[in-house]
Design a binder for this molecule. Structure first.
Ligand code: ATP
Ligand code: LTN
Length: 326
């Protein structure tokens, strides 16, 4: 059975973008693949985190995974920092990755611009991500399009390592949905909807109330002609809503356009809000049942056992290939 793996950072309540770009893909694929899903808490500390909030966010994210339909019977679920081999493997890979390549990563360029005192972890972040992926010899990595470059880097790192030290890693591929790959901010639809966004009105969070969701969608920025047509360049706001509608219904962009051919923007927004509310309310109900359950620890205990065992094997193999140890 082919393998998939993805991780999300516990940097706040996840957004509709994270849900569509990463989690929903994992849910849709969990019957087809041997699935690994982890909480990327070590990636979260590449930028400043309050320890108490981070700790709470980790638990919340696990409950959200399950509430979104991730089945613990079908997924190996674990916390990245509980598997010490990731950081070890990351170091081996770092020593085989050029500094220049890392400085050219889009996310590094964006995030380092925002804070002059950025950490060196922010630069090496994609190598840790490569370690997460390559450790488990995965075939596909479900991510939003913003992470495609990092998965491609993981590929390059694997190809290069195999060339230098002999066959060690499987070469992974990104798995990106055809539609809705990048959900945009509702207020500023040329910017990615992001967990860490400052303007809350542009971001739908998975635990937002019905009222909040409806308000945000009804007020979403749109253009002034009244045609529901997909055109990212000239109609980014409407295109974003079409993307959301399409991702949540599995209708194609064309089918969504057709369905709302004679509708006004207000009608289309209301239909989109209904859809999002419907999808998120059932997740929220499950989340409330799960958040304090004992089941969460059991799932993590199970997951980390499997993950550590596999990671140890890869770590030992790498050590031997590189010539480390006695
Ligand atoms: P942050 O604001 O802290 O950087 P983020 O919202 O960008 O967080 P991540 O934890 O970096 O979220 O991403 C988790 C997953 O969600 C990744 O696979 C990423 O590609 C995907 N993702 C993030 N934002 C979007 C979006 N707007 N549309 C689609 N997918 C997204
Ligand atoms: N960098 C990713 C989270 C992440 C990840 C991974 C995704 C860390 N390791 C491995 C897929 C595979 C992010 O910020 N979204």
């Amino acid at each position: 059975m082919k393998k998939i793996l993805t991780g999300l950072q516990p940097t706040g309540t996840i957004t509709l973008g994270n849900y569509i770009g990463a989690i929903k893909q994992m849910v849709n694929n969990q019957d087809k693949y041997n699935s690994y899903l982890f909480i990327a808490d070590m990636h979260a500390i590449t930028v400043k985190q309050d320890p108490k909030t981070l700790h709470q966010n980790i638990k919340n994210l696990l409950a959200i995974y399950l509430a979104c339909g991730i089945d613990p019977q079908k997924n190996t679920i674990f916390i990245q920092s509980e598997n010490e081999y990731h950081a070890n493997i990351s170091w081996f890979l770092e020593c085989n990755t050029s500094f220049g390549v890392l400085t050219r990563m889009t996310q590094f360029k964006d995030k380092s611009k925002k804070n002059e005192k950025f950490t060196s972890g922010l630069l090496t972040y994609p190598v840790l991500m490569a370690a997460d992926i390559l450790t488990y010899d995965v075939d596909y990595v479900p991510v939003g399009i913003d992470q495609k470059q990092h998965v491609e880097l993981a590929r390059d790192i694997a190809i290069n390592f195999n060339k230098v030290y002999g066959e060690t890693f499987k070469i992974p591929k990104p798995l990106i949905t055809e539609t809705g790959t990048k959900i945009m901010d509702l207020v500023n639809p040329t910017k990615k909807m992001s967990k860490s966004s400052e303007n809350q009105n542009g971001v739908i969070r998975i635990l937002d109330s019905e009222k909040e969701i409806r308000n945000k969608i009804m007020k979403a920025t749109t253009d002034s002609d009244n045609q529901i047509k997909f055109d990212v360049e000239n109609k980014p706001g409407i295109s974003n809503l079409i993307n959301i509608y399409s991702a949540l219904t599995q209708l194609t962009i064309k089918e969504v356009e057709q369905k709302f051919l004679n509708s006004s923007y207000a009608e289309f927004k209301k239909a989109t809000a209904d859809l999002v509310v419907n999808e998120l309310t059932s997740i929220q109900e499950k989340y409330q049942q799960l958040i304090n359950s004992k089941q969460l620890n059991e799932i993590l205990d199970n997951g980390i056992k499997i993950a550590r065992k596999e990671a140890k094997t890869k770590y030992e193999l790498m050590k031997t290939k590189i010539g480390l140890g006695r």
